[in-house]
Write a protein that binds this ligand. Sequence first.
Ligand code: SAM
Length: 279
Amino acid sequence: MPIPDDDAIREIVESVLASRKYQTIAPDLIRAIAAAEISKGRSRKDALKATKNQLHQSAAAYQTGRMAYDVWLLDLHQSHKAPYAQEFRARLRAIMAHHASTAERLPILDDFYSTVLADLPPLRSVLDVACGLNPLTLPWMGLPADAVYYACDIYTDQIRFLNEFFPLAGIRGVAEVRNVLAHPPTQRVDLALVLKTIPCLEQVDRSAGARLLDALNARYLLVSFPVRSLGGRAKGMAANYEAHFARLSAGRDWSIKRFEFDGELAFLATTRSGTVDEG
Ligand SMILES: C[S@@+](CC[C@H](N)C(=O)[O-])C[C@H]1O[C@@H](n2cnc3c(N)ncnc32)[C@H](O)[C@@H]1O
């Protein structure tokens, strides 16, 4: 096994963090990708390029325009007063338009959770894995007032924003910076959301989807896939991801329901782990 070139890895991490586009990404993820690229025998220059490319494909490409978290928070503070429901939800929709995954979900948002979660007992704990701006869909989820919401992603500024958002949404929420490739979350929850995330993680590590599903400890798992590329082309994506999820779930003792929405293919798995108080 080649000895890792620590200087090269450090230089790549510094150089990536110096660029505005990647400056708030968790350094441990940048380091892991850089180390993997260096260990392939690439030059520093090529490893830097490849590292940035991976970060773009798996994360940065989804953010559209400037992520103006401070401005958004001010806005939410104002609209949160009254009339809470309409105005607040309208602001949340406008913010969610800045992340491609939630932007695509906006047209189906009124039906998405009400359809998928319709037959489930009250969900008192939810884990949103590689969440993006999806925690802003909380007012559409219909969770009980005492529910706890955990979320994680790799952007420090986004996580700070979400932690300030939760009290405004009236939910006990905790967001944390976490590279789920290296440290998948394992807390026991009623529902884990793995929305449109597996293809991104598998860009970096082909075994990441299976490893994530192995690690999660949830009674219900909602796993979804995009059915169009970021560029808008469908290219048989639904069929490919359906087959991929069939492979990922093979051999697991799950019962699975399939839901197809415009732009998103979702699978709700009932697992044998975790417990939900059905009362
Ligand atoms: C396609 S988006 C999905 C976002 C959200 N789940 C949704 O559906 O609205 C993929 C998300 O994964 C995050 N991500 C990429 N690599 C990650 C990693 N190693 N650990 C945690 N999150 C990651 C990105 O920052 C991005 O927010």
